[in-house]
Design a protein around this ligand. Structure first.
Ligand SMILES: *[C@@H]1O[C@H](CO)[C@@H](O)[C@H](O)[C@H]1NC(C)=O
Ligand SMILES: *[C@@H]1O[C@H](CO)[C@@H](O)[C@H](O)[C@H]1NC(C)=O
Ligand SMILES: *[C@@H]1O[C@H](CO)[C@@H](O)[C@H](O)[C@H]1NC(C)=O
Ligand SMILES: *[C@@H]1O[C@H](CO)[C@@H](O)[C@H](O)[C@H]1NC(C)=O
Ligand SMILES: *[C@@H]1O[C@H](CO)[C@@H](O)[C@H](O)[C@H]1NC(C)=O
Ligand SMILES: *[C@@H]1O[C@H](CO)[C@@H](O)[C@H](O)[C@H]1NC(C)=O
Length: 425
């Protein structure tokens, strides 16, 4: 079985080893998803491994601040020019005629915002120009959407301005409506923020599309078309020639799929919470205090699926229990540390499996989703970490590396999150 899978993977690699056609048309309601370092991405960086980890820590702190009730109680990493943009992008066409933007996907945010012409401090040379779109309309202060925007204010010209921070960055924008075209689907009067001022380095260059579940998100605005249902398959970051997919709407979603209930936190309406009930290492269910995994809307505690964090973070007692059992099962080798990882081994060792046990659904991580390999010292590390020390975090985050090469289904009407193995191509 495993060797078949391997052969399949290898043949896919061979098939795909030529350069991919980045402009290939997406099918109806099925968008291609590129990793930020894909050959189809104009945002390729040569960020070092250590920097990736720093960015990830910043993302985690940011999510913790979203989940926490007292926002100000969690410090947001800043300074040091930390970039922590989400890692996956899709093509969105905005306006009439369409202007193409490569927007970052963020399953933990609602609002969409796009750098607009005239923006001060936007890093992108690709900017959306509302004046060149016949369907563009600036929303006025009395528009109902204005109340849903973060920190809304009424500008001198009576349009709806808002501002927000995103990680270590800040934006000022005004609410705009225009036609959004995704693959071949048309969403008229889509409300998003037109950024006119930006600072900081953690903003995705061509904007962000929030796939959260709150009122201003794409999911809520396209309810008639997609019925709050979508799925995605994130390609492995190492396979720069691969693309994944974002499939919008209930059509063509997998039927045979393991699911777990989606939980709703009214105080943090954008996050996709699930009930992680335990973690198995090898055949042992590790001993984790119930409070470390429990969902609590009042404190924001619990477990979320996030597409923007790279490595899974567990609250300290959960991580320590998992790591200790993992180490115990790696025979004849002692763990070393590398960067933010504390369970690394050099050379060839046999690793135990790790299974996330969600309510009604167990997910065993394939080796590529469990271990990160560093060429430095030929090390393989358990690709998880505890919440950074000195942050009193209560949030567990199932991150993109642990989700890669799976189809993750978000089905809000049926309050469920599904997951099944799939090689994203
Ligand atoms: C991706 O495609 C390029 C050619 O376009 C090729 O040189 C490279 O080896 C491919 N990479 C992978 C990981 O297949
Ligand atoms: C952001 O919005 C708030 C509330 O409207 C306002 O008090 C603040 O001055 C704004 N900040 C910036 C930088 O525009
Ligand atoms: C979009 O907004 C315009 C202006 O308010 C309105 O005339 C039009 O009917 C709306 N279209 C749809 C499909 O809601
Ligand atoms: C692991 O560390 C212990 C204690 O320092 C040592 O006795 C043992 O030989 C080490 N094992 C290996 C495989 O290096
Ligand atoms: C890394 O370790 C494996 C297993 O011991 C070995 O086969 C491989 O050659 C090593 N690679 C490097 C670059 O040292
Ligand atoms: C998940 O695994 C545990 C422990 O192995 C088992 O008891 C449980 O029945 C499994 N749950 C499902 C839904 O398969």
């Amino acid at each position: 079985m495993r060797s078949h899978l391997l052969i399949l993977l290898i043949s896919l690699l061979i098939l795909k080893s030529e350069s991919i056609n980045c402009n290939e048309k997406s099918h109806s309601s099925d968008l291609r998803v590129f990793h930020i370092n894909s050959q189809c991405s104009p945002f390729k960086t040569s960020v070092s491994w250590a920097d990736t980890l720093l960015q990830d820590k910043a993302r985690f702190l940011y999510l913790s601040s979203l989940a926490g009730v007292r926002k100000s109680s969690v410090p947001i990493a800043s300074g040091r020019g930390i970039v922590q943009s989400p890692t996956y992008i899709v093509r969105a066409n905005i306006g009439t005629p369409a202007q193409a933007m490569l927007v970052a996907l963020d399953t933990s945010n609602d609002a969409a915002w796009i750098p607009c012409s005239g923006c001060v401090g936007c890093s992108s040379s690709v900017l959306f120009d509302p004046s060149k779109s016949s369907s563009s309309r600036t929303l006025q202060c009395e528009a109902p959407q204005c109340k849903q925007a973060p920190n809304p204010s009424c500008t001198v010209s009576k349009s709806c301005g808002f501002n927000m921070t995103y990680g270590g960055s800040a934006i000022e924008a005004y609410l705009t409506q225009d036609t959004l075209t995704l693959a071949t689907d048309v969403i008229p009067n889509y409300t998003f923020g037109c950024i006119n001022k930006a600072s900081g380095t953690s903003l995705p260059a061509q904007g962000l599309m929030g796939l959260g579940r709150g009122p201003l998100s794409l999911i809520s605005q396209s309810q008639n078309l997609y019925q709050s249902t979508f799925s995605y398959c994130l390609p492995n970051s190492k396979s720069s020639n691969f693309s994944g997919s974002l499939r919008l709407g209930p059509k063509n979603q997998p039927i045979q799929i393991k699911t777990t209930p989606l939980l709703k936190n009214p105080r943090r309406s954008s996050l996709y919470y699930v009930n992680l009930v335990g973690i198995r290492v090898g055949n042992k269910i590790v001993d984790i205090p119930t409070s470390a995994l429990a969902f609590d809307p009042a404190t924001g505690a619990g477990t979320i699926f996030d597409s923007g964090t790279v490595y899974t973070r567990l609250v300290e007692p959960a991580y320590v229990a998992v790591r200790n059992e993992f180490r115990r099962r790696v025979k004849n080798a002692n763990a070393t540390s590398l960067g933010g990882f504390d369970t690394c081994y050099s050379g060839s060792v046999v690793f135990p499996s790790v299974t996330f046990m969600f309510a009604g659904m167990n997910v065993t991580l394939p080796p590529d989703n469990l271990l990160i390999h560093s060429s430095a010292g030929n090390l393989s590390c358990l690709a998880m970490a505890a919440a950074p020390t000195n942050v009193n975090s209560v949030l567990n985050v199932i991150a993109s590396m642990q989700q890669q090469n799976h189809r993750v289904l978000i089905d809000v009407p049926n309050s469920r999150l599904g997951i099944s193995r799939e090689t994203c191509t």
